[in-house]
Write a protein that binds this ligand. Structure first.
Ligand SMILES: Nc1ncnc2c1ncn2[C@@H]1O[C@H](COP(=O)(O)OP(=O)(O)O)[C@@H](O)[C@H]1O
Ligand SMILES: [Mg+2]
Length: 378
């Protein structure tokens, strides 16, 4: 849900906004926002998109989905957006046959259009570059720009697509200096995925979105309440701030559950706040147990070991705790990072939890049984 008040992100959105005004030579023109689940990356994207739109930019937002291609959709949405905003580009853009070029049939069946069985006529980089160029040139002439935001980038693993985008951006934004800005957002593992997709991404600015500091947490509660004509008693504010420790997802949940019921005074009392925090925590617990249930016994044992050893857990420490070799645990570790997305590789063989509070939840449970080792079945 879009927050009513985006607290504590002014310097980040300001930085990006300035880059849009400066143009492609600003290092923040292409940015990757990384951070744990629920810290507010998508909320920042929303705010940045809104202000770009208000400046007359063509804006498209995409979200990667595990095991699905995104490039054809991205190009189609861009063609549609630019065509509706700038009718002069419509004709030129209509000449691009995205599906034929990418060898995909996105939406063809549902749209009832004749299925094209031609093999990919051009490499994905070329059509991506050409479309970005047409739109970019027009935007530049108009004194405007183009913004692509790509969310959940850690899931964009479709073969070669990210590379194609990187190669196209290298030409269009770096060499030709056209105003095509891109903001990516995802879990920290996104950086690894992106740096594997070409040198262009190795040089883009990355910024970590973190929990909110105390003042911003207070501001988020007070300002949101004020906008809706609700008062928060000082003790209640303390309970809410302490109980949510700056984690935006929890702030949103606790605020929701602490809200005064219809017909009662428009005041959040300390009792309502305590109840709100406790209900929000219960919801978090449900979320954790949902994640937990999706993991196999070995994956659960691995998570338990990471929680036991603590945030600095290296693959070696975990292997020692589970009495296995790091090689035997390789597939488990990989699945937890790349499929379940509950752990994140933190460098030097270390892993950390990507879901705040999950570690404490695991530690509050009974220790898990470590499954026996069956080499053949692994
Ligand atoms: N800066 C903020 N101030 C207040 N609430 C926020 C802020 N950022 C995010 N939220 C709220 O926190 C929740 C999680 O934010 P979201 O952007 O979806 O996180 P992410 O994309 O990092 O997983 C949402 O309900 C959102 O409305
Ligand atoms: Mg998000």
């Amino acid at each position: 849900m879009r927050p009513l008040v985006l607290a504590g992100r002014d310097s980040l959105t300001g930085q990006i906004g300035r880059a849009f005004r400066t143009g492609p030579r600003d290092p923040w023109f292409t940015t990757v926002l990384v951070g744990d689940r629920g810290v507010g990356k998508t909320a920042v994207l929303d705010a940045v998109e809104k202000s770009a739109r208000e400046s007359g930019w063509a804006v498209i937002h995409e979200q990667a989905v595990e095991k699905e291609g995104l490039l054809a959709l991205l190009l189609k949405d861009l063609v549609k957006e630019a065509g509706s905003l700038w009718t002069r580009t419509k004709k030129t853009l209509a000449n691009f046959d995205i599906e034929a070029s990418l060898g995909t049939n996105v939406g063809v069946a549902s749209a009832g259009i004749k299925i094209k069985s031609k093999p990919a006529a051009r490499v994905p980089t070329e059509i991506t570059r050409d479309i970005l160029r047409v739109v970019g040139v027009h935007a530049k002439q108009q004194g405007r720009g183009v913004l692509l935001t790509i969310d959940e980038v850690q899931s964009w693993t479709a073969e070669g697509e990210l590379n194609a985008l990187a190669a196209a951006l290298q030409i269009v934004t770096k060499r030709e200096q056209l105003p095509v800005a891109v903001i990516f957002a995802g879990l920290p593992v996104s950086l690894e995925i992106m740096s594997g997709a070409g040198t262009f991404f190795e040089r883009v600015t990355n910024s970590t979105v973190e929990d909110l500091p105390r003042e911003s947490t207070e501001y988020a509660f007070l300002k949101t309440a004020e906008k809706r004509g609700v008062l928060i008693e000082p003790e209640a504010l303390e309970v809410l701030v302490e109980g949510t420790s700056g984690y935006p997802y929890l702030i949103q949940l606790a605020g929701y559950h602490a809200w005064p019921p219809v017909g009662s005074p428009r005041v959040i009392t300390a009792d309502l706040a305590r109840d709100g925090v406790s209900r929000a925590r219960q919801e978090m617990d449900k979320l954790y147990s949902g994640r937990w249930e999706k993991c196999s016994p070995m994956e659960q044992a691995y998570l338990w070991a990471v929680a036991e050893v603590g945030e600095s857990a290296t693959a070696k420490d975990i292997a020692a705790t589970l009495k296995r070799s790091t090689e035997q645990l390789g597939p488990t570790r990989h699945a937890l990072i790349h499929e379940h997305h509950v752990l994140d590789a933190a460098g030097y063989g270390k892993v950390v939890f990507s879901l705040p509070g999950f570690s404490a939840w695991i530690r509050s449970r009974d220790p898990v049984e470590i499954p026996e080792y069956h080499p053949r079945r692994c």
